[in-house]
Design a protein around this ligand. Structure first.
Ligand SMILES: Cc1cc2nc3c(=O)[nH]c(=O)nc-3n(C[C@H](O)[C@H](O)[C@H](O)COP(=O)(O)O)c2cc1C
Length: 182
């Protein structure tokens, strides 16, 4: 039986051009099998600062676009660095815009973590995202240590993760969890 294609929406917590978190998301996009598409969100850096007075009729267009992308996605992939033992402000701002809306509850979510460190941000994101009723899929957790490495070293780590099938395995476990829930 042919399975329905799935679309995943990837959210990066770093705005850096040379972000390792973004690089990991791009690597996942490159290994995604036929029938699984991954779009990487480029809206987070353009969101205004969250203000509850600007929800409802006054919701900014970028927030509406982000929310629509999330609504249409079968699952979310989050790759977020740790800043000062916490969630980077820009990423938390994006989450705050989504808290009171109906797009995120029960949406499956996978963490793709690009650092050998940063366990505190994972803990904090888990708390925040669970509070927002997202469905984190723990067995899909993927850690590929790119942070702090040269461009060349990152390419080697990613090539190895691809060769061993680690990237594909994380994605597969996420896809299986999504398919099992529908
Ligand atoms: C302002 C700032 C604060 C940081 N604080 C932490 C931290 O508390 N813990 C940690 O493990 N790394 C910390 N880092 C390192 C980043 O997590 C690391 O550089 C990561 O690669 C950044 O992600 P990116 O490459 O996707 O931009 C910090 C980096 C910056 C710029």
């Amino acid at each position: 039986m042919t399975q329905r294609p799935l679309s995943l929406y990837a959210l990066c917590g770093s705005q850096r051009q040379a972000s390792t978190s973004l690089r990991l998301l791009e690597a996942l996009r490159l290994v995604s099998p036929e029938g699984i598409s991954i779009e990487i969100c480029d809206l987070i850096g353009n969101l205004p600062i969250f203000n509850p007075d600007h929800e409802g009729d006054r919701t900014p267009p970028t927030v509406k676009t982000l929310a629509a992308k999330i609504r249409d996605a079968d699952g979310l992939i989050v790759s977020c660095p740790e800043y000062a033992h916490g969630i980077p402000g820009g990423f938390k701002n994006a989450l705050d815009w989504l808290v009171s809306r109906d797009e995120v509850p029960f949406k499956p979510l996978m963490f793709a973590h690009a650092s050998h460190r940063g366990d505190l941000v994972l803990e904090q994101l888990t708390e925040v995202l669970r509070t927002m009723s997202l469905r984190i899929v723990p067995e899909a957790f993927l850690r590929v240590p790119l942070a702090g490495k040269s461009d060349e070293a990152q390419a080697m780590v990613l090539a190895e993760a691809q060769r061993t099938g680690a990237l594909q395995a994380g994605l597969d476990r996420f896809v299986q969890a999504i398919r099992a829930s529908v």
